[in-house]
Design a protein around this ligand. Structure first.
Ligand SMILES: Nc1ncnc2c1ncn2[C@@H]1O[C@H](COP(=O)(O)OP(=O)(O)OP(=O)(O)O)[C@@H](O)[C@H]1O
Length: 360
């Protein structure tokens, strides 16, 4: 296990980058805490694989350093980093049996046979392939082969880090859940530093202690699932995480009041905001009402989705979503919305600010 430090790290695939847009990965400084499980989450093309490949040594960054427990490994080849990697598509030896595939990384390191047998058996059980250990990998389904790749990633207990690049893409939905649970268990048992790349928020939020959200080549927030839900640091985090995502209202911020669609909303303190100002409120924190103060809103439709209802609204020409518990009644003649104060976030030019005007 190792602490992984990224210092002034940035990467451009253009050999002579001039402007920030030339960088697929914008400058990043971060310590990945030893033994934590991280998910790198973001839409396609946001730079997740670029960052992972720099950590694994497949790519040398155009700027900055990578340290493993303080040792500079920026230009060290993958083989010298003592990491295990699992990619999106299976990497297995077809002519070997499942058992031999799983044992391969251990044999390579000269581990004694009894210990290899013990570990292979254990991992075989974790990936639900105990019965197939003596089958050749050739002819197995892509899904089974990917389980072998995952097993090979998990079989060593002495690695600095385990890196996963969308490893469950080819796995069927039920097994996905099972394997994710196994990976989490493995993390609890061995405390490996794990970095897991995905564009699927459920996968990220259920797997990781901390989620690193990337957008346009930039890390926009690193936080626990709860922090990302309650205090999205960037409007992208609000929109990308949650179902439906956070609502954004154009707002004029006047001290401790926000004006939205002609109505006043009390804020939790005094704000000095510049640029484009918005108020972000997740659907869970919006209530519909028929009387009292509120922002004028029109209900377009109500969708019952099992545990709760999604209320689709229109506010000042924009689409807004609210969530209500399944049994909650929607007041007759509802024509306004209010916000639960703890769910209100203020943004200036897409970044969350806190009372006092500081970036949050
Ligand atoms: N070898 C390369 N040469 C030039 N540009 C590249 C190369 N690899 C990636 N890019 C560009 O860098 C940006 C980040 O790509 P990257 O693969 O890191 O994103 P990602 O978030 O992993 O996406 P995906 O989920 O689709 O794999 C994209 O604009 C991509 O087109």
């Amino acid at each position: 296990m190792a602490r992984i430090t990224l210092e002034h790290l940035a990467h451009s695939y253009n050999p002579a980058p001039k402007v920030e847009e030339d960088f697929a990965l914008k400058e990043l400084n971060h310590d990945w805490i030893d033994g934590e499980a991280y998910a790198l989450l973001g839409a396609s093309g946001c730079g997740k694989s670029t960052l992972l490949n720099i950590i694994s040594g497949l790519l040398i960054p155009s700027q900055g350093r990578v340290l493993f427990d303080g040792r500079d490994v920026t230009t060290a080849p993958t083989a010298d980093r003592n990491i295990a990697q699992v990619f999106q598509f299976p990497v297995v030896y077809d002519t070997m049996t499942v058992r031999e595939n799983l044992a391969f990384p251990l044999k390579n390191r000269g581990m004694d046979t009894a210990e290899i047998t013990r570990r292979v058996q254990k991992v075989g059980r974790m990936i639900d392939m105990e019965a197939q250990l003596d089958r050749k990998a050739r002819g197995l389904t892509a899904d089974a082969k990917q389980k072998i790749s995952l097993g090979r990633g998990m079989v060593r207990e002495d690695v600095n880090a385990l890196l996963f690049d969308e490893p469950l893409t080819v796995i069927d939905p039920h097994m996905k859940w099972e394997l994710r649970t196994q990976l989490k268990q493995l993390h609890q048992d061995f405390g490996h530093t794990m970095i897991y790349v995905t564009h699927d928020q459920t996968e990220a939020l259920t797997f990781a202690d901390k989620v690193v959200v990337m957008h346009g080549g930039r890390v926009v927030q690193i936080g626990t699932p709860q922090e990302l839900f309650e205090r999205p640091a960037h409007t992208f985090v609000g929109y990308f995480i949650g179902s439906p995502g956070m609502n954004l209202f154009d707002a004029e911020i006047e001290g401790s009041q926000a004006r939205i669609a002609g109505a006043s909303v009390a804020l939790d303190g005094h704000y000095t905001a510049q640029g484009r100002t918005q108020v972000g409120v997740r659907p869970e924190f919006i209530r519909v009402a028929a009387e009292g103060a509120g922002i004028p809103a029109r209900i377009r439709r109500v969708e019952d989705v099992g545990r709760h209802k999604i209320i689709r609204l229109e506010v000042d020409g924009a689409r807004v979503n609210a969530l209500a518990p399944e049994g909650a009644a929607i007041p007759a003649g509802a024509d306004r919305i209010t916000f639960a104060p703890e769910g209100v976030n203020v943004y200036a030019d897409d970044w969350r600010i806190s009372a006092g005007g500081e970036a949050a």
